[in-house]
Design a protein around this ligand. Structure first.
Ligand SMILES: [Cu+2]
Length: 336
């Protein structure tokens, strides 16, 4: 019994020292979410328990080695004893209580961290090999950067287009898998303005290590400004001219028509609208809306002099809607 007090004192001192040592290592980056506070609290508690258990084992072992060592001239036997009911009871019941207690706070922490928030905003995080994309359904645009307003509870709907990925921003602490064919949910309320990095935390192929996306937690005002800018960009993408420019590429017009005045297979579109066109039958027409429409739908009707007939595909009238064609014409008009 005379060893009990010094050993207890040493265990207590060692626990504090080890716990402080672990703390000073800063194993986790700065926390930046409300959920992270709960996680860090639980994490900290575990490390204090680890510091205690480590001290319990190491202090008693070192104490025994030093204090009970064989001294010069001592060749007697050690003390013999058979078990101790009290001790066994204590070292069964106390750890059992601790384990159940930690199980309990682990569960309540999980419930707190995953709880739905009344005013949460949904953002869809779409993962594919090897990029992230964020859809903001409330405002109808998507972005490659994740902007978040500080203090706003966010519900991430996680999607995967090909294989398993995982959504993880270390500063937010919480993490969830993105699984093809289902939508996993992850809730985060960022509470610290700053720039972070989203990483994929599920080995997903060759470029897994590079599957990252910038995360910017900004003030509410900066967020509104960014949303307004994105909405405007989205609207700009939706003009007839912009849609026509997209069709120029997606329908293959680009392969035969240049925009810079150079002659490829067909005539350039630069300065085409409103200019006189010499045709193979010797006549000259002005390239107005009607002429352009006919040139797209029935290319052989009026063939431009110096160019072969039957080269421009004859079936654009079937492939393209009238809307498509009008968009292309609107685009051609911008090519001065
Ligand atoms: Cu991935």
């Amino acid at each position: 019994m005379k060893h009990f007090l010094p050993v207890t004192a040493l265990v207590v001192i060692s626990t504090f020292l080890v716990a402080a040592g672990i703390d000073s290592l800063h194993l986790m980056p700065q926390n930046a979410s409300v959920q992270g506070e709960t996680v860090d609290w639980l994490f900290g508690l575990h490390f204090k328990l680890i510091a205690f258990l480590f001290s319990l084992v190491i202090v008693i072992m070192v104490y025994a080695v030093v204090v009970f060592r064989r001294r010069a001239g001592d060749d007697g036997e050690g003390m013999h004893f058979h078990g101790s009911g009290t001790l066994e009871f204590i070292w069964t019941v106390v750890p059992a209580i601790i384990v159940v207690f930690f199980g309990y706070i682990g569960t309540t922490t999980l419930i707190t961290v995953t709880a739905a928030q009344p005013d949460e905003v949904a953002i869809e995080a779409v993962s594919r090999q090897w990029v992230w994309n964020f859809n903001y359904p409330d405002d109808g645009f998507s972005s490659e950067e994740l902007y978040l307003p500080v203090g706003q509870p966010i519900r991430f709907d996680l999607k995967a287009m090909d294989v398993l990925h995982a959504f993880w921003v270390p500063e937010f602490r919480v993490k969830a898998d993105a699984v093809p064919g289902r939508t996993n949910v992850l809730r985060i309320t960022p509470n610290r303005i700053g720039e972070y990095k989203l990483v994929c935390a599920e080995l997903c192929g060759t470029r897994h290590a590079y599957m990252m996306a910038p995360v910017k937690v900004v003030s509410r005002e900066a967020y509104s400004a960014w949303v307004a800018q994105k909405v405007a960009e989205e609207a700009a993408k939706n003009t007839p001219e912009a849609r026509g420019a997209a069709l120029y590429i997606s329908q293959g017009c680009k392969g035969c028509h240049s925009l810079d005045g150079s002659k490829i297979v067909g005539p350039t579109w630069k300065g085409l609208y409103g200019s006189p066109q010499e045709l193979t039958d010797g006549t000259t027409v002005i390239a107005d809306d009607e002429y352009l429409y006919n040139s797209i739908v029935k290319p052989n009707l009026q063939v431009v002099a110096g160019y072969p007939a039957n080269v421009m595909p004859q079936n654009y009238g079937e492939l393209l809607t009238d809307d498509n064609i009008n968009n292309i014409i609107a685009y051609i008009k911008t090519l001065k």
